[in-house]
Design a protein around this ligand. Structure first.
Ligand SMILES: [Zn+2]
Length: 90
């Protein structure tokens, strides 16, 4: 039971943190633009935050959230590559 609860908390931490990182899109105008790259444009999608997400992967407590965030950034970069041929917003 304790183990289950622990995993559930970890799973929700990962999901919430990977979704919260997209809240920075709300600061942008327009909020959603299919031709825009998230990477390098939104404050939480910059290179410094991404370096922080990589650091999270090294700590056991924050590893899952870190991996989730790095995967999120990778998917955003791939999305950017497919739509505009760039890996990030210069
Ligand atoms: Zn994103």
């Amino acid at each position: 039971m304790v183990l289950f609860r622990n995993k559930w908390q970890l799973a929700s931490l990962v999901m919430i943190s990977t979704m919260l990182v997209d809240l920075d899109h709300l600061l942008a105008n327009p909020i959603y633009d299919p031709n825009r790259c998230s990477i390098g444009f939104h404050p939480l999608h910059g290179f410094l935050p991404i370096a922080g997400y990589l650091l999270l992967c090294f700590h056991p407590l924050t590893r899952l959230a870190g991996i989730g965030l790095v995967i999120h950034m990778a998917l955003d970069a791939i999305d950017c590559q497919l739509t505009s041929g760039l890996w990030y917003m210069p």
